[in-house]
Design a binder for this molecule. Structure first.
Ligand code: TYD
Length: 201
C-alpha cells in the first residue's frame, strides 16, 4: 500500500519543526515506517535556496529555486511513498503559495502570483495527503523565533501576519486536506492537537 505524505506548515516560529519531528517519532513508535524530511532540503538545491534567502536575492529568482528544490525533493520521495513509507515533511507546496504569494504581490511582471505559482507546480506531481497548518499570531511566533536567535528576512511581524492570512485562506479553500491546528499553548498540547489532525479522517 502506498504511504501517506503528511506536511506541516506554518509561519516561522509556529513550531513546525519540533511538532513534525515529534509526530514522526510517535508514528514510528506505533510501528509505521516513517521518513522525516524538510524544505528547503539539505541537498545542493536546498543550499542554493538558503544562500538566496541569506543573500536577499531577487524574489522571482528565489521563488524558482524553492520550486527547483521541491521538484527534486518530490522526485526523491516518490519511491519511498510507493514502497509504503509514511513521509512527514516540514514545509512544502503551501509554503511557496503563502510566502511567495505575499512576496510577489504587486509586481507588474507577476500580475497573478497565485496562478503563476500554481503553474510552476505543474512540474511537481506529488501532492500532500494531509497538511497540518500550525496557526499562531505573528507576534507570538516571532517571539519564539527570536528566542532561538532566528534572524532571516522573512521573519518580520507585518510580513508574517500576511503570510498567516494567506495560509488561512488556503486552508479555507481545502478544508479536507488542510487542517488548522492552534499552535498556542504547551508543546504537549500542540503535539496532541497535531496528532489528532494527522489521524482524523
Ligand atoms: P525554514 O524551514 O523555516 O528555515 P529554518 O529551519 O532555517 O528556520 O525555511 C526558511 C525560510 O524560507 C522561512 O522563512 C520560510 C521560507 N520559505 C519560503 O518562503 N518559501 C518556501 O517555499 C519554503 C519552503 C520556505
Amino acid at each position: 500500500m502506498r504511504g501517506r505524505f503528511i506536511v506541516f506548515e506554518g509561519i516561522d516560529g509556529s513550531g513546525k519543526s519540533t511538532v513534525s519531528r515529534r509526530v514522526a517519532g510517535h508514528l514510528a513508535e506505533r510501528g509505521e515506517d516513517v521518513h522525516w524530511t524538510m524544505e528547503p532540503t539539505d541537498t545542493a538545491a536546498g543550499r542554493a535556496v538558503r544562500a538566496a534567502i541569506e543573500g536577499r536575492h531577487e524574489p522571482v529568482s528565489t521563488t524558482l529555486l524553492f520550486v527547483a528544490d521541491r521538484i527534486q525533493h518530490a522526485h526523491a520521495l516518490e519511491s519511498r511513498l510507493a514502497d509504503g513509507q509514511t513521509v512527514v515533511c516540514d514545509r512544502y507546496l503551501h509554503s511557496t503559495l503563502a510566502y511567495q504569494g505575499v512576496t510577489l504581490a504587486g509586481r507588474p511582471d507577476v500580475p497573478d502570483p497565485t496562478a503563476w505559482l500554481r503553474d510552476l507546480h505543474a512540474h511537481v506531481a506529488l501532492r500532500p495527503d494531509r497538511v497540518v497548518l500550525l496557526d499562531l499570531p505573528a507576534e507570538a511566533a516571532l517571539a519564539r523565533a527570536e528566542a532561538r536567535g532566528a534572524t532571516d528576512p522573512f521573519e518580520k511581524v507585518d510580513f508574517l501576519e500576511r503570510v498567516r492570512a494567506a495560509y488561512l485562506d488556503l486552508a479555507a479553500a481545502e478544508p479536507e486536506r488542510i487542517r488548522v491546528v492552534d499552535a498556542a499553548g504547551t508543546p504537549d498540547a500542540v503535539f496532541a492537537r497535531a496528532l489528532d489532525a494527522v489521524d482524523r479522517a
